[in-house]
Design a protein around this ligand. Structure first.
Ligand code: GLU
Length: 493
């Protein structure tokens, strides 16, 4: 049997370091066993999936050197590899589940489901579907479908006993069926949910081993049941430990930059990032810290994965990156520098910002310093000297930026303009603390162009750092939260 593993990212937002981490382990496992590593895009969330995000995933994984042999861009014998192009396949499979009485139509409205969940919560129970539509007769279902009533399709779940499965890393796991919901398989918009699509695709794409993050452990009972309903063998599963922030909470973009492009833009080398991700819960048999992805692949053994939450620490990554940089031959160092920021494509995005403001070529360096490299965050006094309330403005802007879907000039501008109105400030005054936090100077290139150039992760890191420098007490933080809630309320009105 040929080992086949996959990475199955959802193309929503910027590619996450967690995706690269899981990809690295899947690839190392497959290649170590002479197998194949494939890429599948799970874009069943039609509202949030974008082709821009898809492109960024391809770019980021390629930049890291995590190549795949089958995927939406390279094709392969088990395609299509994009779930939105496989809808007839899911429909056909769910029809089989309906015909064999393993799935049922559910017409419950959102209001009924909300009420049901509220009652369950009040009784201290886990919220889950109560089986209301299970009792509908075939005739009623047919009539309601014929009338075009909105509905979903759910899977049936045993009421008694528990589900048992073996995780390659964690051994036997047991989850009582009473905790497993009658999962929606097909949504009202006709799209499959993750649970149906992942099982159908892993089977049809002949995946033999599923290595994924530990957040999916609780989904295994549903998946195991679906494999059984279809009469298929289930691939082996291993749930890798989640990456953590230094405070041990789950790595999240609220606290830490998580996008691969952030690390590329601050000048981390791809081989250093891969090496660092390889150290997350895994170690080389000789415990050495510096190793390449190929060296990892050559000796890869899942038994060397340790389950304690690996901490993704920027300081350690920077140290490791320094080791790589210092060992480069000078010529290669120059090539890397050019490939990073001083290449034509990258310069072409800077030139429109500076050309009309330049008298001598050398002026350019001082103008773009905070865009190309990091800036020094000004001291608290610099913020306090401004007319506008810096902590409030930076805090609220940060919150608003966190929920922005498109990191584009117009969206950023609208966001700041609406906040400035809330603060009853002229836009120019409102932007002052942001200028300082982002560029480290009170005069810099236009702010919104700078934000677009820097991207969302770098921007948010700088705003967070400025808030730390200004210092926000616990009490003040509570007040900021309240104040932001009232901003949201006025905006939604
Ligand atoms: N689409 C899922 C994700 O974004 C894949 C989970 C899995 O590997 O089964 O993480």
């Amino acid at each position: 049997m040929k080992v086949r593993t996959r990475i199955a990212p959802s193309p929503t937002g910027d590619p996450h370091v967690g995706t690269a981490y899981i990809a690295l382990f899947n690839r190392a496992f497959a290649l170590h066993h002479g197998g194949e590593f494939i890429l599948r895009l799970e874009d069943t969330d039609a509202a949030r999936s974008t082709s821009a995000s898809e492109r960024k995933i391809f770019e980021a994984l390629r930049w890291l050197g995590l190549a795949w042999t089958e995927g939406p861009d390279v094709g392969g014998p088990c395609g299509p590899y994009r779930q939105s192009e496989r809808l007839p396949i899911y429909r056909e499979h769910v029809a089989h589940l309906l015909a064999t009485n393993h799935a049922f139509h559910c017409f419950c409205t959102a209001e009924r489901l909300d009420g049901m969940r509220q009652e369950q919560r009040a009784r201290g129970e886990t919220t889950r579907y109560d089986g209301h539509c299970l009792s509908l007769t075939a005739d009623t279902v047919a009539a309601r479908l014929a009338a075009g009533e909105s509905h979903v399709i759910r899977m049936k779940v045993p009421q008694e006993g528990s589900c048992q499965f073996d995780d390659m890393l964690r051994g036997r796991i047991e989850i009582p069926w009473s905790q497993v919901d009658m999962q929606v398989l097909i949504k009202a918009d006709g799209y499959p949910t993750y649970h149906l699509a992942v099982v159908v695709d892993d089977h049809l794409m002949a995946i033999t081993h599923v290595l994924r993050g530990e957040e999916w452990i609780n989904s295994v009972p549903k998946h195991q049941l679906l494999y059984r309903y279809f009469g298929w063998d289930m691939p082996a599963h291993a749930h890798l430990p989640l990456l953590r922030n230094p405070d041990h909470s789950k790595l999240s973009k609220r606290k830490n930059p998580t996008s691969i492009s952030y690390y590329r833009d601050i000048g981390i080398l791809p081989e250093a990032l891969l090496n660092y991700l390889g150290m997350m819960g895994w170690s080389m048999p000789d415990e050495r810290e510096i190793f390449s992805a190929d060296e990892m692949t050559a000796v890869f053994d899942l038994r060397r994965v340790s389950l304690g939450g690996p901490v993704f620490d920027l300081a350690k990554l920077s140290w490791l990156n320094g080791q790589y940089l210092r060992n480069l031959p000078a010529d290669e160092f120059a090539d890397r520098l050019a490939g990073w920021m001083f290449n034509r494509a990258r310069l072409a995005t800077l030139i429109p910002l500076v050309q009309q403001r330049t008298e001598r070529l050398a002026d350019l360096v001082g103008q773009v310093d905070y865009l190309v490299g990091d800036r020094r965050c000004p001291p608290a006094e610099a913020f306090q000297a401004l007319k506008a309330p810096s902590a409030e403005i930076i805090d609220h802007t940060l919150r608003a930026f966190e929920t922005l879907v498109d990191w584009e000039r117009d969206a950023l501008f609208d966001c700041c303009q609406s906040l400035a109105a809330f603060f009853d400030l002229k836009l120019k005054d409102f932007l002052q603390p942001l200028f300082l936090a982002i560029s480290g100077k009170s005069v810099s290139l236009p702010l919104f162009d700078s934000l677009v150039f820097l991207g969302s992760d770098v921007t948010r890191v700088r705003l967070r750092e400025a808030l730390d420098v200004i210092g926000v007490s616990k009490k003040a933080a509570k007040q900021l939260e309240k104040n932001y809630a009232s901003y949201l309320a006025t905006r939604d009105r």
